[in-house]
Design a protein around this ligand. Structure first.
Ligand code: ISE
Length: 339
């Protein structure tokens, strides 16, 4: 239930993603308005709130959540701040869309699961936005028909133009590969049971000290093998591709052939340059779905359990990467609450 017909949203964190979500909620999403923002940088919070009528700016997330007219929270602060923001949202009994990661590790993710269960109903949607990408949705629907038979292999490519300054090896797993972890679980309906990380020679494009690209193998509970090329300094564009190999056929997305031009004896198209461009529709659809569900009093989409599973797989992935060994993944028993 919302207080004034539209959903009043507090946005916590107004960095790159937070500011983009504020713009989206203000300009694109139906049925929502931004009523408060919070950021440790007071100036940035104020700049973001400026121009949005009735939007207050805060440095304390709790103050933003307590502001008049807040019905729900979008958390887009750095991962280390998520647990505290989620707990505050729970105290106010507010529904939350939390950018990935849910929290940076399994122990804190478990604390969030326990706190959410104490509320007696789901409150959290985690921002694994690829689940809202039109191509991934089509692929999932096709697999769901069973026409191709059981999925046996999934090949993924995850390419970025260049890593931002300060990007570390662990971030390859926690910030980038985490998307393939979630999409594998969602597309195949399998749990990831083991992770292996292989490292080819570092690309000359990669910044000094960063071993990029990497080649990752997931084994799944359903017997599938999943590989991921994570190639974050490829130089030419932002590309996310996936091909599922099933018993009776294959299906592939991400070729980016939506606009092909032919001119001067050549044919071709453009390659997206970053994730906000490639996944713009997915972000829009994700936020609209969250707003619509919240206004209906429902919580849908990736759950805190999915966030916890990703945290456990990331921990295994970082170990596999560091030690060069195959690391098994063990999740705690899934509570009936998240069935
Ligand atoms: C970034 O945090 C994302 O979420 C992007 O989707 C991913 O492609 C990129 O590698 C990450 O750094």
């Amino acid at each position: 239930m919302t207080r004034r017909g539209t959903l009043g949203v507090a946005v916590v964190g107004t960095g790159r993603m937070g500011a983009d979500h504020v713009r989206r909620l203000h300009e694109v999403t139906n049925g929502a308005r931004v009523v408060a923002v919070a950021d440790v940088d007071a100036e940035r919070a104020k700049r973001t709130a400026d121009g949005i009528e009735g939007c207050s700016a805060h440095t304390d997330p709790a103050a933003a959540m307590a502001a008049d007219g807040v019905d729900a929270v979008l958390v887009a602060s750095p991962g280390a701040a998520h647990e505290a923001a989620l707990m505050t949202a729970f105290e106010h009994d507010l529904p939350v869309l939390c950018e990935k990661p849910l929290t940076p590790g399994p122990a804190s993710a478990l604390r969030v699961l326990e706190a959410e269960q104490r509320l007696g109903r789901r409150r959290v949607q985690v921002g694994f936005m690829r689940r809202y990408d039109a191509e991934y949705m089509r692929l999932k629907a096709l697999l769901g028909t069973g026409r191709l038979g059981r999925p046996l292999m999934l090949h993924n490519r995850h390419r970025n133009v260049a890593t931002p300054p300060g990007f570390t090896g662990e971030m390859i797993v926690n910030d980038s590969l985490v998307h393939e972890m979630d999409i594998t679980r969602w597309l195949l309906g399998h749990e990831i049971s083991a992770v292996t990380v292989l490292k080819p020679a570092a690309s000359g494009n990669a910044p000094e000290g960063l071993r990029d690209p990497q080649f990752v193998v997931f084994e799944t509970s359903g017997g599938a093998i999943v590989d991921v090329e994570v190639n974050l300094n490829c130089g030419f564009g932002y590309q996310v591709q996936a091909e599922v190999v099933c018993e009776r056929g294959t299906a592939r997305i991400g070729d980016g052939h939506s606009l092909v031009t032919q001119q001067d004896g050549r044919w071709g198209g453009a390659v997206a340059q970053d994730f906000t461009e490639r996944f713009e529709d997915a972000y829009d659809r994700q936020v609209q779905a969250w707003v619509d569900a919240t206004r209906r009093g429902e919580v849908t989409g990736p759950s805190a359990w999915d966030g916890y599973a990703a945290a456990v797989i990331c921990e295994a992935g970082v170990r596999a990467q560091r030690e060069g060994v195959r690391v098994e993944v063990t999740l705690t028993e899934r509570p009936a609450f998240y069935a």
